[in-house]
Ligand binder design. Structure first.
Ligand code: AMP
Ligand code: GLY
Length: 306
């Protein structure tokens, strides 16, 4: 089932008893998760939720997730966005014995801090772009000299898809350091096709979802600034099975083992001439990648989450 799990090979015949599943978040991604789980016959509650989730079940307009869980009494909780993960919601739920899908606060640093993430990749030997980490404007401006143009400048913390500038000129690179700094990753620009690769992990083993791709730039024809994704698609032809195996062997498995990662690990990849390289890790399902992924899945999602 591993590589085919989002196709019909896997599991539409599982007959799980209906469960109560609590979905944390309020976006399209969380609506898609709730939609998939409702299709499988489970009872849904979302917090803070949105009208889409409300059409499938109950919503509680709160960001006190433990209190919401206390009220709904879910069998399982699934976290959509990165902010509650980085704030430690998984640690909180586990501390009171509530089953939850997601990484603990420490592992969520893989997304919450670009510096933590790049240092982790280097330590574990995960292929990624050559980089410098800086903490002052002067070091940032000096580090630019070690990278050819275009150069990529990344803010350290969570930035909702707006913390990365690809500078085409020296002046743009200096402006990027000044606007995103002082704590930054500066890295080499990689050439290739970008792929979103997401796997569900239990700390040791992984269950990969089908590769997907999102439309990055804000305007048609790949014009305009980068966004978190204007839309997405998934298709079994994005990666060959050899490429999928290489991503699993060199990126996903080593990361999951080294971080004892639980939840959804999302590797943003650049498929370069030298093989797949990791642009970033996210510690959750992608948005908007989740919408097509949930649409193609034929069943067994709740079972995998359990
Ligand atoms: P990140 O948040 O690190 O994924 O960066 C946001 C977007 O910037 C990515 O989805 C890529 O489109 C682009 N990007 C990031 N790093 C690089 C890189 N080293 N080379 C080329 N493009 C990059
Ligand atoms: N689509 C990019 C992300 O979810 O971060």
């Amino acid at each position: 089932c591993l590589s085919d799990w989002s196709s019909d090979v896997c599991s539409s015949d599982l007959n799980l008893t209906s469960m109560k599943i609590f979905v944390i978040g309020s976006g399209g991604r969380e609506h898609a998760i709730a939609w998939r789980l409702a299709q499988e016959g489970h009872r849904i509650c979302g917090a803070p939720g949105n009208p889409g989730i409300g059409s499938l079940g109950e919503t509680l307009a709160t960001s006190d997730y433990l209190a919401a869980a206390e009220r709904f009494q879910p069998d399982l909780t699934v976290v959509g966005p990165e902010v509650p993960l980085a704030a430690g919601v998984v640690d909180q739920f586990r501390a009171v014995g509530r089953p939850i899908v997601g990484p603990v606060k420490e592992a969520a640093q893989l997304e919450a801090s670009k510096i933590y993430s790049k240092d982790f990749m280097q330590r574990v030997g995960i292929p990624t772009a050559r980089y410098a980490r800086v903490t002052t404007f002067d070091d940032g401006l000096a580090a630019l000299k070690n990278f050819p143009l275009p150069v990529v400048v990344k803010a350290d913390g969570l930035a909702a898809g707006k913390g990365v500038i690809i500078a085409q000129t020296e002046a743009e690179a200096q402006d990027a350091v000044r606007s995103l700094g002082p704590t930054l990753v500066i890295e080499e620009f990689l050439i290739g096709e970008e792929v979103s690769f997401i796997a569900l992990a239990d700390g040791k083993s992984v269950l990969p979802l089908e590769a997907s791709q999102d439309h990055k730039t804000v305007f048609d024809d790949d014009q305009g600034p980068n966004t978190g994704g204007m839309g997405a698609y998934t298709d079994g032809r994005i990666l060959t099975s050899a490429q999928t195996q290489q991503v699993l062997d060199t990126i996903i498995q080593p990361a999951v083992r080294a971080a004892s990662f639980t939840g959804f690990l999302y590797a943003g990849l650049m498929m370069t001439a030298d093989g797949p390289k990791t642009l970033e890790f996210n510690v959750r399902l992608g948005d908007p990648e989740t919408q097509p992924l949930m649409h193609r899945m034929r069943g067994g999602f709740a079972d995998a989450l359990m």
